[in-house]
Design a protein around this ligand. Structure first.
Ligand SMILES: Cc1cc2nc3c(=O)[nH]c(=O)nc-3n(C[C@H](O)[C@H](O)[C@H](O)COP(=O)(O)OP(=O)(O)OC[C@H]3O[C@@H](n4cnc5c(N)ncnc54)[C@H](O)[C@@H]3O)c2cc1C
Length: 459
């Protein structure tokens, strides 16, 4: 999708924004490198997306630090008919915040206040551009913490996580972001000549959850929190893949409290960076990474030993040096692998239950071209294994072959090589998401091209 906005339109828009609020920070084409940076995310994990997004770039970026500034920008874009793409920290993996049709990128990282923590319920109201680590830092003195965070907790924003993420650390307890109960409400700015500032309850917020910012600008979120625990990081080595897999499957069924469980096949474990003091993985050693509650520490070593696991390292989260285990899991595993080995990409699957037959069949067929990284998650109340396998890139046909085989074996695909909300999910149009776009972005200016159910991407 080529830019549809002329330079003259952008100049007029910028002039109006400067007049309305001289304090608004604008990034113009005069600062091409910064405009380029603000137009990209981590889509380079996918060779397909690299090609798809080539040349997609904003024509103007605006940094807002207050809700009123968001309204100014939304109103001006609506009046000038200019596409508007919202951006948090830009750590998404599918080009979610890449402005396919050019126009304006609105950076919300300046909108970062924790407005409220309700002491009795632990419910928070927080502005969308707040970085998740900073939110947790403010919650910790009250004994609270975010329930679910991505492995990009240190850099990503809460608004970007809700709009573009799926789950991560904590998904073993709390499921995925779209599960009812994980988002209690939203404050939203509409994109209209006179933008409205709306407060939506949980039900009305659901269609904006994981919609890539196509159907409303989130300015604040109401979220539940959980008790803050001193999670313990444990690294466990296994000589047998089958025994490691069995431990990964059965550990969440115990009464031991876990916040994360990652299983890395030996070749991945061997190339992974480890926290200071944790020995490197030996050849053939598969590794299980756990975030466990302090009261799980006593029984865990014996439980693991009975299943062929050898506890090789442990340290409380937040006290170890080097990378924490939190940054060795989810899509950080892919990041570390790709930093060392060129020509690899990845896939995202929810494995069928039991997972072993599907895994075994794919291991047989793909051998060293497909390496396994599993994450334990809770899905519709049941513990399941999700997978983010690393795949040697051999072209789109081979990728499709793998997708078809995995589906045939009962896995559910979340394809990270596509650009729309629907294609990255279950493949079907969500009528509520489209209805929310019609209500809050009637001219279809928000993040054009990313909601397949919206037929005229830009009207
Ligand atoms: C190394 C690595 C590890 C990762 N691990 C995980 C993981 O564990 N779990 C996971 O789910 N994801 C993961 N991701 C993807 C990404 O980091 C997360 O989804 C992150 O939460 C996105 O936040 P962000 O602030 O970077 O959002 P951005 O990338 O800036 O935006 C994401 C999407 O949200 C929209 N958006 C942003 N802010 C708003 C707003 N205020 N209103 C409306 N729309 C908005 C954008 O337009 C875009 O479509 C990982 C990525 C990398 C590179």
């Amino acid at each position: 999708m080529a830019p549809i906005t002329s330079d003259a339109q952008i100049d007029a828009l910028a002039a109006e924004l400067r007049r309305l609020d001289p304090a608004l920070a604008l990034v113009t084409t005069a600062d091409g490198a910064e405009l380029e940076r603000l137009s990209r995310d981590f889509f380079n994990y996918s060779p397909v997306l690299v090609e798809r997004f080539a040349g997609a770039r904003a024509q103007l970026a605006v940094r807002a630090t207050a809700v009123e500034q968001v309204r100014l920008v939304a109103g001006a874009c609506a009046r000038h008919g200019v596409p508007l793409t919202v951006r948090g920290a830009g750590t998404g993996n599918y080009g979610q915040c890449v402005p396919l049709a050019g126009g304006v990128v609105l950076d919300l990282t300046g909108l970062r206040r924790l407005r409220q923590l309700e002491p009795a319920s632990g419910v928070i109201e927080v502005e969308a551009g707040a970085v998740m680590a900073a939110i947790d830092e403010q919650l910790a003195p009250q004994g609270r913490a975010l329930r679910l965070v991505p492995s990009t907790w240190r850099s990503a924003t809460i608004g970007g996580f809700i709009a573009g993420g799926a789950g991560g650390i904590g998904s073993l307890r709390w499921g995925f972001l779209r599960d009812p109960g994980n988002l209690l409400g939203l404050e939203v700015v509409t994109v209209e000549p006179e933008p409205r500032l709306l407060r939506l309850d949980a039900a009305a917020s659901a269609p904006l959850n994981h919609a890539y910012g196509t159907n409303g600008i989130l300015t604040a979120l109401r979220l539940p929190t959980t008790e803050a625990l001193a999670w313990q990081q444990l690294v466990v080595g296994f000589a047998s893949w089958e025994r490691a897999l069995e431990a990964a499957r059965s550990l969440p069924a115990t009464a031991l409290l876990l916040n994360g469980l990652t299983l890395l096949e030996a070749p991945i474990a061997q190339r992974s960076p480890w926290p200071a003091g944790c020995p490197a993985a030996a050849a053939g050693e598969h590794r299980l990474l756990l975030l466990a509650a302090p009261d799980a520490l006593e029984p865990l070593p014996a439980w693991l030993a009975q299943r062929g696991g050898d506890l090789v390292w442990q340290a409380p989260q937040g006290t170890s040096r080097g990378l924490p285990l939190r940054e060795l899991c989810w899509n950080h595993t892919t990041l570390h692998w790709r930093a060392q080995v060129s020509g690899w990409t990845y896939l995202q699957l929810l494995l069928p239950e039991p997972a072993a037959p599907c895994l075994e069949a794919l291991r047989q067929r793909w051998g060293d071209d497909l390496l396994w990284h599993l994450e334990a998650v809770r899905q519709q109340g049941v513990t399941r294994l999700a997978a983010l396998p690393l795949l040697r890139w051999q072209g789109e046909e081979r990728l499709q072959e793998l997708i078809d085989q995995a589906r045939g074996l009962g896995a559910v695909l979340f394809n990270p090589h596509v650009i729309t909300v629907e294609d990255g999910g279950l493949g079907v149009v969500d009528a509520d998401q489209v209805a929310a776009k019609a209500a809050y972005d009637p001219a279809g200016l928000l993040n054009p091209g990313k909601l397949r159910g919206w037929p005229a991407a830009v009207r």
